[in-house]
Design a protein around this ligand. Structure first.
Ligand code: HEM
Length: 166
C-alpha cells in the first residue's frame, strides 16, 4: 500500500513538473525577443545616384564652365575662324542647355540638331579635337574631377559623327 502511495506521488510530481517547468509559457519579454528576431528590419531605401548634372554642380557651374570654354575657343587660333560671325550669347545659351540636358539636368535643349547646326562648315577631326581640348581646359580651370570630365566629354564625343565632315 505504501509503495502504491509512493508511486502515485512520483507520478503527480512528474505531471506537475511537466506542466510548470517544461511546458512553461513565454513571458511578454520572450515574445518580444521572438518577434524582433522574426521580423527583419525594413532597410532604408538607397539614395538615388547623383546625375552628372548634379555632380558638375548644376546649372550655375555649367554656365561658368561654358563661359570660360567659349573664351578659350575665341582665343584658340586653330579654330576661332569658325566662330568669326557667331552669335556668342546665343551659342553660350545653347551650349548650357545642351550640356545640361545631356547630363541629366531638368533642362530642354531648344537649339538646332548637330547636323543642321554644323552643316557646310567642313569641320575636321583636328578642329574637333582642338575644341575638346578647350573644353578640357575650362573644366580644369574649375577643378572638375577627372571622372566627371571623362563622362562629359564621352557624352559630347558621341555627337562627333554629326559635326565633323558636314
Ligand atoms: C562636341 C562638340 C560640339 C558641340 C557639343 C557643339 C555644339 C553646338 C551648339 C549647341 C551650337 C548652337 C546650335 C544652335 O544655334 O541652335 C553650335 C553651333 C556652332 N558650332 Fe558647334 N559644337 C561642337 C563642335 C564644334 C566644332 C568642333 C566647331 C568648329 C571648330 C563648331 C563650330 C560651331 C559654329 C561656328 C556654330 C555656329 C555659331 C553661331 O552661328 O552662332 N562646333 N555648336
Amino acid at each position: 500500500m505504501k509503495l502504491r502511495a509512493l508511486f502515485l506521488s512520483v507520478c503527480t510530481l512528474a505531471i506537475v513538473f511537466t506542466l510548470t517547468s517544461c511546458g512553461k509559457k513565454d513571458t511578454a519579454g520572450d515574445m518580444m525577443k521572438k518577434d524582433t528576431a522574426m521580423v527583419a528590419p525594413t532597410p532604408a531605401p538607397a539614395p538615388a545616384p547623383k546625375t552628372l548634372y548634379e555632380r558638375l554642380g548644376g546649372g550655375g557651374a555649367i554656365k561658368l564652365v561654358v563661359d570660360t570654354f567659349v573664351t578659350h575657343v575665341a582665343g584658340d587660333k586653330r579654330i576661332n575662324k569658325f566662330f568669326a560671325h557667331a552669335n556668342v550669347p546665343h551659342l553660350k545659351q545653347m551650349l548650357v542647355e545642351q550640356i545640361s540636358a545631356a547630363t541629366g539636368g531638368p533642362v530642354k535643349y531648344t537649339g538646332k540638331d548637330m547636323k543642321t547646326a554644323h552643316h557646310g562648315m567642313k569641320i575636321g577631326d583636328k578642329d574637333f579635337g582642338a575644341l575638346v581640348e578647350d573644353l578640357q581646359k575650362a573644366l580644369n580651370d574649375y577643378k572638375v574631377p577627372e571622372p566627371e570630365q571623362k563622362e562629359l566629354i564621352g557624352a559630347l564625343g558621341g555627337m562627333k559623327g554629326d559635326i565633323v565632315g558636314q
